[in-house]
Ligand binder design. Sequence first.
Ligand code: FAD
Length: 348
Amino acid sequence: MKQINLEEYKHIWVYAEKDPNGKIVGVTKELLCAAKRLQEKLGEEEKVVAVLLTGTGDISEMTKELAANGADRIVVVQHELLEGYSTELYSKAMCNLIELKKPSMLLIGATTRGRDFAPRVSYRVYTGLTADCTELDINDQGLLSAIRPTFGGTLMANILCKKSRPQMCTVRPKVLKKPEPDYSRQAEVDVVPMELDASLVKSKILEFLPFKIETGMSIEEAEIIIAGGRGLKCSDNFKMLEDLARELGGAVGASRAAVDAGWRDHHDQVGQTGKTVGPKLYVACGISGAIQHLAGMSSSEVIVAINKDPDAPIFQVADYGIVGDACEIIPALTEEIKNLKIATGAAS
Ligand code: FAD
């Protein structure tokens, strides 16, 4: 193991991920908000630093967004080779920055890119990585407690990185608290010049094709999710959920049991091995509420459960519960909503 002086490593870094349109992604904002909470425990001398790797265009919108969401400082590397995401060049640039600036912590979103990028960086700078965290804290020795489910979600592991730096982790989108942006906040911008070598690039992204869901909306973007489980009995019964989702302007999700049965695509799966969602309304139909399912939806604002077993664990997290047969309740609910829309003139 590489010997380092831990005292030299300071500040909480958050990797500022952009989407293909150059907008800062939601999980970066959630991480900045979490980093602020960590900073409160560590003291003001530990700064929250956003790290932006980007092309040579205007960065003012991105830096404004990062400052508004909690960054005290923004370390920027601008280079024409960083215009689009590249595994090799982004990892190289981040490793160079770590060697140069010595951060104590580095938090990265567990997005497709974050999952590609984080392990490469941690391996190259000889540190550990806790992947897919659901909570972050500071322990009594001032170390990052990276908390994540383990043993199939039945236990929470609290993982420390005692001897190497930075303390690195990835965190799933939508499991941490959403920040309230403050656009009056200012951050110091530190532009770091860097040489990068194009010959490092082994693969290139030629085009970005967003995934299209047949029902029009993915569960990650939906503010209303109607999810079904094994209790729905067959794939045909998911049509009822689609009707209700259409009336409410939402998307259809599924438990793993429904996906494993082949009733829904894996893209619709909510839970530990599926997507983490945080909609305004989550309606769980014929879903028992196993801990692995709850891991993906318990941060929803309002949860409604429909289950014929009054003792189903889903009722423990539900704000509203309906005990009964989902196949009777869902069409009745859809009908009521249609009638209400007609009565209020909201029907299209
Ligand atoms: P069940 O547990 O079988 O529940 C069906 C429910 O439907 C019951 O509560 C029953 O009372 C009710 N019901 C039956 N008929 C009706 C009816 N007519 N009307 C109303 N209610 C009815 N699961 C996930 O969902 N997502 C994950 O990402 C995930 N990851 C996992 C990862 C690991 C490592 C492991 C070990 C498991 C994972 N699971 C996951 C599986 C999880 O443990 C459960 O097995 C699964 O969530 C159960 O799905 P379900 O609630 O649809 O089915």
